[in-house]
Design a protein around this ligand. Structure first.
Ligand code: ADP
Length: 271
């Protein structure tokens, strides 16, 4: 946790809705390190956006702890949290239209972002070049392809040199070629800038570009994939989430655990 750019421990998120309260996250642990790409996958409603909003310091958890660049968010006032977010986090959402000012040429809006974040104006041109958009600097978003718009959104999010980039399904509205382009940009930005990248996705190309994949289900991390190997996760409270088809083997949801300290194995029996 100490050297993670962002870490959360046992975070719970609860929303009040007309139908009562919804527990969107039920005790999630995540670490994201400099130079790495972490993908978050899971069915709709599994808690991906809720988790991303916590990691990006947009929301605070109902319980548990989020630490961003060494600062515990729960200890900060709303004002300090927003200041930390502005300095430390770049955020890109699914729809290009939500990431960019529609009628404003790219260089102009990146420079405005630089002024807002008290960064060098030169950062605008550097980032446009880094993302292969130098020849588009005078174009408005509407004059760009979807892929170019999302790369411009990455450039804008990275003004001021945040340590963390959070992207919520950034390729959902892109075609294959543009998706591959955006994936390559995420990988390169993580490596070259030492960024921690956390990306929610359904896309196989994004998953292939990730160092680690976290599989969310019902607001908990069910498993993690590292170097192509998928492993179930035991969370900080000792919970393991069984796949739904396996849960069905235990209809009364009571089990007997057979623990063998000799071989350090555990078997679960219906009871
Ligand atoms: P995902 O991104 O995986 O689709 P979300 O984090 O958006 O999942 O949602 C997780 C759960 O929380 C869902 O049941 C969703 O309906 C609920 N939820 C999300 N945001 C709100 C909100 N602002 N108010 C009430 N319920 C919400």
């Amino acid at each position: 946790m100490a050297d993670a750019v962002v870490a959360c421990r046992d975070v719970v998120q609860i929303y009040a809705s007309e139908r009562g309260t919804v527990q969107a996250l039920r005790g999630v642990d995540v670490d994201a390190h400099a130079g790495s790409v972490t993908a978050v996958v899971g069915p709709s409603g599994s808690g991906k956006s809720s988790l991303l909003r916590l990691l990006a310091a947009i929301d605070v958890p109902a319980a548990g702890e989020v630490t961003l660049t060494g600062r515990s968010l729960g200890e900060l006032s709303g004002r300090r949290r927003r200041r930390l977010r502005r300095r430390a986090v770049g955020f890109v959402s699914q729809r290009p239209a939500d990431n960019l000012e529609p009628g404003v040429p790219l260089r102009r809006q990146l420079r405005a972002a630089a002024r807002f974040r008290q960064a060098e104006l030169a950062a605008a041109d550097e980032l446009l070049e880094e993302l292969g958009l130098s020849t588009r600097a005078g174009h408005r978003p509407g004059e760009l392809s979807g892929g170019e718009q999302q790369r411009a959104a990455l450039a804008r999010a990275l003004i001021g040199g945040p340590a963390l980039l959070v992207a919520d399904e950034p390729t959902a509205e892109l075609d294959r070629t543009a998706t591959v382009d955006v994936c390559a940009s995420l990988r390169r930005l993580a490596a070259d800038r030492g960024l921690a990248v956390v990306v929610a996705t359904h896309d196989a190309a994004v998953l292939a570009a990730a160092d680690r994949v976290l599989h969310l289900r019902d607001g908990a991390v069910q498993s993690a994939t590292l170097a192509g190997e998928q492993r179930a996760v035991i969370d900080g409270a000792g919970r393991v989430q069984l796949p739904p088809e396996v849960v069905a083997w235990f209809p009364n949801q009571r089990v007997r655990l057979e623990v063998d300290p000799e071989t350090r194995t555990v078997r679960i029996w219906p009871s």
